[in-house]
Design a protein around this ligand. Sequence first.
Ligand code: KG4
Ligand code: ZN
Length: 359
Amino acid sequence: MSKILAIETSCDDTCAAIMDGDRVIANVISSQIDLHAKWGGVVPDIAKRAHTERIGGVVAEAFKKSGLLKGRKLSKKSEEEVIEMGMKEIDIIAVSQGPGLAIALGVGINKAKEWAKNYRKKMIAVNHIEGHILSNWTKNREGKPERDIKLPGLVLTVSGGHSKLVLIKKIGEYKVIGETLDDAAGEALDKAAKLMGLGYPGGPVIERLAEKGKKDFIKLPHPLEHKDTCDYSFSGLKTSFYYQIKDWPKEKISKNLNDLSATFQEAVFESLIIKFKKAIKENKVKSLLACGGVMANSRLRSKLRRMAKEFELPIYMPEMKYLNTDNAAMIGTVAYYKAKRKEFVKDIESLDREARLEL
Ligand code: KG4
Ligand code: ZN
């Protein structure tokens, strides 16, 4: 079975994974959160520099962890030597092509192209969002979880860069049913966190604070609720939140962080659920799925489980926590299916990043 090196650098995580067929045998994530936190969001130039500095080390570590170089004295080898040895063991290099931050994507793509040319490997270009979707198919070294996901399915993909409802006709064949018209769900959480003077990324901070908060502390809208589409809008929600707290003294905000977080988070999640339900009613599907950074949130996970029960449909979400946020294992999973369909990059030289790549 093909062995694949997968690379992901679309935002602020430098990631590499090694696949043995559809199984992940190594997964390395070098997070840059510490570098961006003080700016309250991802700074593209800083991300580019960090990806450039880290990509070699991350790939070398993935090769070391994969077990493919067992029995070699790796401790004395340089990063380049480990990469050279590792490259002999793999067949394909897969890379995230977009959507994402252009200059961040460029680092992964250029490195992947350079290696593919030097080591004569086939290449596969992967859509980052398809990566998130197929993270529900990602298997560990033992082949777990074993899932028999019946298609067509309906998947909610929610992260800092996108929020979409997608019909999966079969693996590799998708139809976008609804998407955000402005901010992504994670972006809305990040911006609300910033308004409250909390850290970045906002999603996890808000989740923690919300645990002890009242969910109806202030009145927030569910944008587009009565519109006959499955599209989302989160910027109005953020604006409404902003106008309600903008004149509050700092102490009043900090005293009410739990309630504000719980109320904002609930409004975002209710919006997601309202349109998900509409999409289920309008599309005959056999399974429901969810993925993306925001799915790390336990409140959203339990709301979705309850929703699935109402419709008596199975719901799948990534089991392993790392699969929710950005990682290269999901990119490797897409590459596994593309390799089966022989969808390789035809002309490596002309492969380029696509910051706005559609599904
Ligand atoms: O998928 P991801 O790692 O990167 C993108 O492709 O955007 O998603 C990052 C987003 C951020 O907006 C972050 O605030 C959100 O996911 N996030 C969460 C949680 N963990 C990460 N949102 C809510 N609850 C969480 N526990
Ligand atoms: Zn992502």
